[in-house]
Design a binder for this molecule. Structure first.
Ligand SMILES: [Zn+2]
Length: 298
């Protein structure tokens, strides 16, 4: 299973516009406090879990109109994420119950269903934090529909949570796949990736990015799987791309290094790294792409 997907909550989107129902559920629901984009986690450092708490503990920490998002129903229990970034020191009132942690840093340790819920919460709260003003007229916007919309009281524009599609592709040629190292990374090799631009199909983005970054021409592009990636709001679209040759010419603004890995070498990279090179963590879709190809025979 791909991390950050398979969210077990029932989003119950038909209830979002029922403000009275949402307010009532919020009073007796389970609330995840999110402080400066760090979700609250219970369960200690080694075995963390999503830290949903009662309203009486969390509500006093939030500013009056702080973003609150209805995440969905966990059985009979309504789950919300509440932004408590206004609190100077939220750890003190919640001492002994858990801690606020960076989601990416804790991702490898979290149960899959908790990770999916926390990803949804982080992406939604981040969207609210970055969209406080109307993109059309510049006036402050207000949250509506249980956090799934922001409305401009000045020009009546409606703004919806954004998802940015990005492709991540494993380029292959015979018994080799192409992995690159971004100039921001010291020893980390992964599949190449890039954002879909307006007017492009997924296949066209894959071919353009491979050509721009490594000067390789790709033929057949096949879809593998996708992954919500809440840092801040990408949808990673995983593909395989068959290349026509192995000749590389790297764009130094994008890639510091790139090389062709055989299946054997790719498996070793995922298993723990080789010769000063590290591969993507198991919660990243790049890991799944490389594994799927490296463990196949053709
Ligand atoms: Zn406006």
């Amino acid at each position: 299973m791909i991390a950050f997907s398979a969210n077990p909550l029932n989003r119950l989107s038909e209830k979002r516009a029922d403000a009275a129902w949402i307010a009532e559920r919020r009073r007796d629901g389970a609330i995840l406090p999110v402080w400066r984009l760090q979700p609250f986690l219970t369960g200690g450092k080694e075995a963390p879990a999503a830290g949903f708490l009662g309203a009486e503990l969390v509500e006093p920490l939030a500013a009056p109109a702080a973003p609150c998002v209805f995440l969905g129903m966990d059985g009979e229990r309504a789950c919300f994420a509440l932004d408590i970034s206004a609190a100077e020191d939220p750890a003190a009132p919640l001492a002994g119950l858990g801690q606020f942690r960076d989601l990416r840093a804790a991702a490898a340790l979290l149960p899959a269903k908790d990770l999916a819920i926390l990803g949804q919460a982080r992406a939604m709260i981040d969207w609210h934090r970055r969209h406080g003003f109307c993109a059309k007229c510049g006036a402050p916007t207000v949250s509506a529909e249980a956090g799934y919309k922001r409305v401009c009281p000045s020009c009546q524009s409606e703004h919806f949570p954004r998802v940015d599609p990005a492709v991540i592709m494993l380029a292959t040629h015979g018994d080799a796949c192409l992995l690159g190292r971004n100039r921001k990374w010291v020893d980390f090799f992964s599949a190449l990736a890039g954002f879909v631009e307006p007017g492009e199909s997924i296949e066209e983005t894959v071919r353009r990015e491979l050509f721009e970054e490594a000067n390789v021409r790709a033929g057949a592009v096949t879809y593998y799987a996708s992954q919500p990636w809440p840092f801040p709001s990408q949808l990673m679209i995983g593909c395989f791309a068959q290349c026509e040759s192995r000749e590389l010419k790297l764009d130094p603004n994008e890639l510091a290094d790139a090389e062709w890995f055989t299946r054997e070498k790719a498996r070793a990279l995922l298993a723990g790294g080789i010769e000063g090179r590290r591969g993507p963590m198991s919660f990243a879709i790049a890991h799944h792409l490389i594994r799927e190809w490296a463990e196949s025979q053709t």
